[in-house]
Design a protein around this ligand. Structure first.
Ligand code: FES
Ligand code: FES
Length: 447
């Protein structure tokens, strides 16, 4: 396959394989060795580059999605003889020890400073939360970012690029597709239902590396306009296209105002470089017990629109996940949209997550709660939990226990007891039950 993209301002055309990682393409194909490999699965940030104005982990981007992109690597900022002011600030503040994490750190800092010229310490920590350093203890790095910002560092906005389909070789044309509309994608799948759907790509790279996935062919659906919608419908439903990314959810005023539980789940599901690629549909279709967004969607009463050639199905979110990594998708079917009923006035919702590291993808405990109230009485309740079993679960006993009861200490105590009895985590049950109960108490006391 041949792709053309822009790297550090130069247009490049390269021959590669469709699922070669951008990381390998940059390092081995273009000799840009500043982009490193650490974990290979989105946890360390040493492979971070800026692609179309967003920080991404190059280990999670298949080459076939880089056509037409504008990519900035550390080599594009400056070198030893002409360092960028941000690079200079890292040196002057002693933020570089072994240097392995430094290119990714600097690019994460640059992505932040493009958006927020004078970040607070908290904003800097969040922006760099997906980048691990084993030498500096981070404080020198935060000081370097602060120094660059205080000195007036104002990077020009990174290029946004445009989507350009690769030129597939004749043999690849049978197996790799970049359709331009949902109907075209459904036509392809109707005759080739075995193909793997490629969205944000945050699972495919790590799954291939771990040997869990050997795709025979791929349909890239990440840029289909029908899967990128995010709008409020006249019937008081929010429509979210399956390929809307976690970052786009967070940037949406509709999501922020109407669905704070979903906003929180998107914000806490991973570090910025992963959120910039991971999609809501991908998180649902991964059908993993540790996925965050499905937990919020269970509590918010989401339903899912599944499309296949000439057919549409609407499935409640709690029926979609049939088992671990088993979404209810029939051959030739695509999850197209997530539909969320706009909550009435007086309702309340929350999503809580506890894990070992704020930016780590996997939670240890997650709980989402939604209630409708009338004069201090709970008239409807939905609840979901994650990381308790192979799939996210809805909590019907807790919902029944809360519905119709007045808010107050007795109801809170009943709810805490009920969720602890209802959950049946396989690992660390005492810890997980205790935390889940505490989170329910926190929510009810906040009301
Ligand atoms: Fe660790 Fe890419 S190598 S995030
Ligand atoms: Fe060594 Fe960060 S400077 S890992």
């Amino acid at each position: 396959m041949k792709i053309t993209f822009t790297v550090n301002g130069d247009e490049r055309t390269v021959e590669t394989r469709p699922l070669t990682r951008l990381l390998d393409l940059l390092r081995d194909g273009l000799e840009l060795k500043g982009c490193k490999e650490g974990c290979g699965e989105g946890e360390c940030g040493v492979c971070a580059v800026i692609m179309n104005g967003r920080l991404v982990n190059a280990c999670m981007v298949p080459a076939m999605q880089a056509g037409g992109a504008e990519i900035l690597t550390i080599e594009g900022l400056g070198g030893e003889s002409n360092p960028d002011p941000l690079q200079r600030a890292f040196v002057e503040e002693g933020a570089v020890h072994c240097g392995f994490c430094t290119p990714g750190m600097i690019l994460a800092a640059r992505a932040l400073l493009e958006q927020v010229p004078a970040p607070s310490l908290g904003q800097t920590k969040t922006a760099l939360s997906g980048n691990l350093c084993r030498c500096t203890g981070y404080n020198r790095i935060f000081a370097a970012v602060n120094k660059a910002a205080t000195d007036g560092y104002q990077p020009a906005p990174s290029g946004r690029g445009r989507r350009l389909a690769p030129e597939f070789d004749p043999k690849e044309q049978e197996h790799f597709f970049c359709p331009e509309s949902l109907d075209e994608a459904l036509d392809i799948l109707a005759v080739r239902p075995h193909l793997t759907l490629l969205g944000g790509g945050t699972d495919i790279g790590p799954d291939m590396k771990a040997g869990r996935l050997r795709p025979k062919g791929v349909v890239d659906i990440s840029n289909l306009p029908e899967l990128r919608v995010l709008e409020r419908r006249a019937d008081e439903m929010l429509r979210i296209g399956a390929c809307v990314t976690d970052s786009e959810l967070m940037e949406s005023p509709l999501v922020r105002e109407l669905f704070p539980a979903l906003y929180r789940a998107a914000a806490e599901c991973a570090a910025p470089a992963v959120r910039n690629r991971a999609s809501i549909g991908g998180n649902l279709c991964s059908a993993s017990g540790a996925a965050d967004l499905p937990v919020a969607l269970l509590a918010l009463g989401a339903s899912l629109c599944l499309r296949s050639q000439g057919r549409e199905r609407i499935v409640p979110a709690h029926e979609f996940i049939k088992g671990y990594r088993k979404p209810d998708l029939q051959p030739g079917e695509i999850l197209a949209e997530i539909l969320l009923p706009v909550p009435p006035a007086g309702s309340a919702q929350a999503f809580y997550k506890r894990g070992s590291r704020a930016a780590l993808t996997l939670s240890r405990v997650s709980v989402a709660l939604y209630v409708e109230r009338d004069n201090g009485r709970i008239i409807a309740c939905r609840a979901g939990a994650g990381s308790m079993s192979p799939t996210p679960v809805r909590l019907p006993r807790l919902e029944a226990a809360l519905s119709g009861r007045n808010l107050g200490p007795e109801t809170t105590a009943l709810a805490v007891q009920t969720i602890r009895e209802e959950l049946d985590p396989r690992k660390s049950p005492a810890y997980r039950k205790a935390i889940a109960g505490n989170l329910v108490r926190r929510f009810l006391e906040s009301l």
